[in-house]
Design a protein around this ligand. Structure first.
Ligand SMILES: Cc1cc2nc3c(=O)[nH]c(=O)nc-3n(C[C@H](O)[C@H](O)[C@H](O)COP(=O)(O)OP(=O)(O)OC[C@H]3O[C@@H](n4cnc5c(N)ncnc54)[C@H](O)[C@@H]3O)c2cc1C
Length: 465
């Protein structure tokens, strides 16, 4: 069904719906909101920044009547081209709806607007000794709306899971402009199809989240953080597999290879040993007694598996420094080459050493520099291919390497994406993982909720353009 462009009379109606400053149409804004953190570029006709559910509903009604494409958006930090306005139309950016509405300490539940930044929610709940665990590396910019719609994970996934594990309910605006509640504020709720978790991870294709309810945990009493450096990368990945198979559950188990280590040291001069081939960042948390028991065990584990140096964070400042390094990893790589393509293949943890070796072979085969970082405890790899978008030949080699990583992942029973989603980046592979019938059913669900196909056209459900 053909979609339409925004005309001047519709633009006027849009301006009337939104608060002053809520409609942006300057060439600079249309360019800036045309990108997310993947390499694709789109160009919306307008950027709408609503500040209430009512405004979102009225924008959606208008778009429904005139068949205008709408691209919901948070911070635009997703890595799969899931928020790129490929068909023009309206970018509906939710960042002005950024209030934490309620932190219900007694029931350990928070109600928030979708534009709340993940780290701001974490800080706010920690002030009352509660804890919101999902922590994407982009937490200082990513919004809760974006995190819910990508089902974001992060560095604590190995122990605490991902966004959908904390999502209880939502208020959403459907593509027709109707407002609907899903889920509840209860920890347990079995009533018909679970629409909350159907919409979670739907990459902005089914509905616009305007209010989000999440469950919270008590804040862990103690934490212990260490970094173990290895002269042999394989030993680091074997340590990960061994820790998991021994039944130890750290809250963080991150791996970075020498490309990352050197990039970080070049940028921050942290004094990390640049001769190391790999580093593991490990954190355990929980009750003080349990943490005291696990901390020396982990250190011994690392040394027994070949770590030649172990740094233990002795203070909150030292812990923060270790974490700041890991959170800056993408940025450090971006200083090496102009274009970073971040893969998200996820394999069984026991196969992590094999997967790391395979990626290194693929890098050699295609003469590419690939930095490897991983939420290793989940088997979630982020091989980052460093290229220059302007070099056509190099981009072709990158595509082939990308496809080979995907093929390897599928061949060992892994998944296309652990947390970054499908978007435009991986839609050509989706059927390979889920099968044709499942894809057909997904398209059927989309048809029920969005019969005119106005929400996020060009998404993972569409045929390759
Ligand atoms: C440096 C860096 C590190 C990262 N680390 C991680 C990580 O560790 N783990 C991880 O999972 N991800 C990570 N990401 C990816 C990204 O940050 C997450 O996917 C994040 O959740 C996206 O949030 P956002 O606000 O930027 O959403 P956007 O990119 O703006 O949008 C993401 C998707 O959600 C839709 N959307 C946004 N808001 C709404 C809404 N209110 N209603 C309906 N649809 C909506 C959009 O249409 C789009 O499809 C990282 C990204 C970067 C750049």
């Amino acid at each position: 069904m053909a979609l339409n462009k925004l005309t001047n009379p519709i633009m006027k109606e849009l301006r009337d719906i939104l608060s002053p400053g809520g409609l942006r149409t300057s060439p600079e804004d249309l360019t800036a909101y045309g990108y997310d953190a993947y390499i694709l570029e789109g160009r919306p006709d307008a950027v709408a920044l609503p500040d209430s559910t009512d405004q979102v509903a009225r924008v959606m009604k208008l778009a429904d009547i005139h068949r205008i494409p709408v691209y919901p958006r948070g911070a635009g930090s997703n890595l799969s081209g899931a928020a790129v306005a490929r068909a023009g139309g309206i970018v509906l950016c939710l960042t002005h709806m950024d209030r934490i509405l309620k932190i219900d300490k007694d029931n350990r539940v928070a109600d928030i607007e979708p534009g709340v930044v993940v780290a701001d929610l974490q800080k706010a709940v920690e002030e009352v000794r509660l804890f919101y665990p999902p922590d994407p590396g982009s937490q200082s910019v990513a919004t809760m709306g974006g995190a819910v719609m990508m089902n974001a994970g992060g560095m604590r996934g190995v122990k605490y899971g991902v966004t959908h594990d904390y999502l209880l309910g939502m208020e959403v605006v459907l593509p027709t402009g109707e407002v609907m509640e899903t889920g509840s504020r209860m920890a347990k709720n079995v009533a018909g199809y679970d629409l909350t978790h159907l919409i979670c991870g739907s990459e902005g294709t089914l509905a616009v989240a305007t209010r989000i309810t999440v469950r919270l945990l008590p804040k862990p009493e103690a934490r212990h953080t260490l970094q173990a450096f290895y002269p042999v990368l394989d030993d680091a990945s074997r340590t990960v597999a061994a820790i998991i198979s021994a039944g130890i559950v750290p809250c963080t188990l991150e791996l970075m290879d020498r490309t990352l280590i050197r990039a970080l040291e070049d940028w921050f001069h942290l004094g990390i040993p640049t001769e190391a081939e790999a580093v593991l960042l490990i954190e355990v948390d929980g009750e003080q007694a349990a943490v005291d028991l696990q901390a020396p065990m982990l250190e011994a584990f690392c040394r027994d598996h070949g770590a030649h140096q172990v740094q233990v964070a002795g203070s909150a400042a030292e812990r923060e420094q270790i974490w700041a390094g890991r959170r800056s990893a993408f940025g450090a790589l971006a200083r090496i080459r102009p274009t970073c393509i971040i893969e998200d293949a996820t394999v069984p943890v026991s196969l992590l050493p094999d997967a790391v070796q395979k990626i290194q072979e693929i890098a050699g085969k295609y003469h590419l520099q690939i930095g490897i970082m991983a939420h290793a405890g989940d088997g979630n790899l982020h091989p980052t291919i460093l290229v220059d978008e302007r070099d056509r030949k190099e981009m072709e080699r990158m595509e082939r390497a990308f496809e080979e990583i995907v093929a390897y992942t599928m061949s060992v029973g892994g998944v296309l994406s652990g947390e970054h989603g499908i978007g435009s980046a991986k839609r050509r592979f989706l059927q390979m993982q889920v099968g044709s019938r499942a894809l057909e059913i997904m398209r059927g669900i989309k048809q029920v909720l969005d019969p005119k196909g106005i929400l996020n056209p060009g998404s993972f459900l569409d045929e390759e353009a």
